[in-house]
Design a protein around this ligand. Sequence first.
Ligand SMILES: [Fe+2]
Ligand SMILES: [Fe+2]
Length: 318
Amino acid sequence: MATDVRTIDDNGLGQGSDERFAEAAIAGAQSLIDDDPGQARWVTPLMRAVKRRRLRMPSLSPTVQRLVGLIESNEVDLDELAAAVNGDPVLATRIMGVANSSYFRGATQVPNVREALMRMGVREARTIVIVVALRTTVLRSPGLGSMAQTIWKHSLLTAAATQEIASELPPWEASGFLAGLLHDLGQLVVLAYASELPAWQEDGAGPSEAIVTAISEATHAPLGAMVLASWGFPDEFCRAVMRHHDPSGGAGAVRDLARALELGDRIAHQIEAGWPEDVADVPPGLVELADRLGLDADRLHDVAAEAAASFEALSKLA
Ligand SMILES: [Fe+2]
Ligand SMILES: [Fe+2]
């Protein structure tokens, strides 16, 4: 019987994968304690919560969950998308507001969501709907404080970059944006956990920022995969998110998307720090990562420019 379970696990189906993400998160947390046993106070409760599936994870409204499912599939039908958006009156109002904004320069006000999506165009509509829908989920996560905006901006920038990178990377042509937007979801889990820690300590003390950062670095990737699995995302997508700082541990399509995410994330960080004017000044490490995906330095430079531009456009909308 044990053999059967193992087989299912290796094929990455359902529960098996969730188990693997949890194990990876626990292993990451354990490595912190191995390095410094003094950290146990801050890390052990996390391991326990993951093991017992007691961790507070961001949740999606049924409407957004449906939207995410629609957008993740390659063919999006405008009527289906409109019907899903209409399931949430607040979201519907926002989408119409975006279509009526000066960004789309329409001569008349759109009368309904379907017309709003038509004005945006199907490709752009997908992106805009998911940005508007997920923004609330991210920004309203508990325990974020001033980090909320930072994480959201980084996610949006990574999404814009990963979209460009994955657009020529089958079967992920349509998944790059969403994957980039969600790649650091696990950070929200860690920050929510850290904000609850003082309440669990006898002396009410909380972890330092450095400790929270270390916990996040060690666990956010598998924790993000856990959240996505709980949201019903396809297994390979979740596994790619788990590998976004360690793509070589994956294989095939998982490794490809993980590499695209790793590069998208690094491009985002470089843009945040200031992207060099001259292509010759792009850091060699970035050029090397791009090269693995078949992008030369000039293409990398273009991808960064396009990502920065679509980030600017999207920031004005949401
Ligand atoms: Fe990350
Ligand atoms: Fe990131």
